[in-house]
Design a protein around this ligand. Structure first.
Ligand code: SAH
Length: 248
C-alpha cells in the first residue's frame, strides 16, 4: 500500500469536464476550486464565452489551468481515453442511473485513477444541468446530497465539493481497494453502442422509428458492468457474426 501522500500522484489522471457553461465567471471559479485541491486538467465543451477576462479574474491565480484548458466540440471528444466517467447532477432521473453520493463517487474516481485509469468528472449547464444523452455516457451519476427543497449548488461550488472529496479519498485513512481491470474507454464503448444498435436494427429487434428505452437500458447495463476491453471485443465479435448471418 502506498503512503497516502503518494496517492496524490494520481491527481493528473483526473479531468474536470464542464459542458456548455454560460457564465465565464463560473469557469474561472471552477479552475480555482480545482487548483486548491490539486486538480489541474480542465476540459470545456462548447463554452459560451471563452477565453474571457471574467474567467481569468475569478480564477485568481489559477489562470494557468485556463491557459491549458482543452476546448472541445463534443462531450465524446472530452472523454477520449477515460474508462471511468462520473456525471454530477442535482436531479434524479426518470430512468434511474447507478447513483453515488459525492463521497463514494470520489472514492470510485480515486480508486480508478490510482490504478492508472483516466477519470472524468462531468458537470452540466447552469440552467439545465446534464441532458439524458450526456448522462448515458457516465458510469455513475454523482449526487451531492443537499437540502431536498433547494438542492442545486452553483457550478463552481459543486466542482469544489467534488474536488475536495477526491482529494480526501486519495489522502484518507480508509485504504482504496486496488482495481487493476483493463476497462473499455468511453470511445470504445460508444463505437460498441453504435454497432449494437445497428445489429439490433438488422435483426429486427429494434424499430428505429420507435426505439423506446432499449438503447438507454442497454447502455446502463454495460456501463454498470464496467465492461473490460477483452469482454467488449468478444461482444463485438458476436455482433459482427450476427450481422454477417442476417445479411447473407
Ligand atoms: N438547474 C440545473 C442545475 C445546474 S447546477 C438542473 O436542474 O440540473 C450546474 C451543475 O452543477 C449541475 O449540472 C451539476 O453538474 C452540478 N451540481 C449542482 N448541484 C449539484 C448536486 N446537488 N449534486 C451534484 N451535482 C450538482
Amino acid at each position: 500500500m502506498q503512503p497516502a501522500a503518494d496517492n496524490l500522484t494520481a491527481l493528473p489522471r483526473l479531468r474536470v469536464v464542464l459542458i456548455e457553461t454560460s457564465h465565464p465567471g463560473n469557469i474561472g471559479a471552477a479552475a480555482r476550486a480545482m487548483k486548491v485541491m490539486g486538480l489541474s486538467r480542465l476540459y470545456l465543451v462548447r463554452p459560451q464565452q471563452f477565453p474571457s477576462a471574467e474567467a481569468t479574474a475569478r480564477a485568481s491565480g489559477a489562470d494557468d489551468l485556463l491557459t491549458r484548458a482543452v476546448v472541445c466540440d463534443s462531450l465524446d471528444e472530452a472523454l477520449v481515453g477515460c474508462s471511468m466517467v462520473l456525471g454530477a447532477s442535482a436531479r434524479l432521473r426518470s430512468l434511474p442511473w447507478p447513483l453515488s453520493d459525492a463521497r463514494s463517487a470520489a472514492r470510485r474516481a480515486a480508486t480508478a485513477a490510482l490504478a492508472g485509469q483516466e477519470v472524468a468528472l462531468v458537470f452540466g449547464r447552469e440552467c439545465s444541468g446534464l441532458s439524458n444523452e450526456e448522462l448515458q455516457r457516465c458510469h455513475y451519476l454523482l449526487h451531492i446530497p443537499a437540502n431536498a427543497d433547494y438542492s442545486s449548488l452553483n457550478l463552481a461550488a459543486a466542482v469544489q465539493v467534488v474536488s475536495y472529496e477526491v482529494r480526501m479519498a486519495l489522502l484518507g485513512d480508509e485504504p482504496l481497494a486496488p482495481d487493476e481491470g483493463d476497462y473499455a474507454s468511453a470511445e470504445e464503448l460508444e463505437s460498441f453502442y453504435v454497432h449494437l444498435e445497428q445489429t439490433l436494427v438488422d435483426i429486427g429487434f429494434l424499430d428505429p422509428a420507435n426505439p423506446r428505452q432499449v438503447m438507454r437500458r442497454l447502455r446502463r447495463l454495460y456501463n454498470r458492468a464496467r465492461t473490460e476491453r477483452v469482454e467488449l471485443n468478444i461482444l463485438r465479435g458476436i455482433l459482427t457474426e450476427t450481422q454477417k448471418r442476417v445479411r447473407r
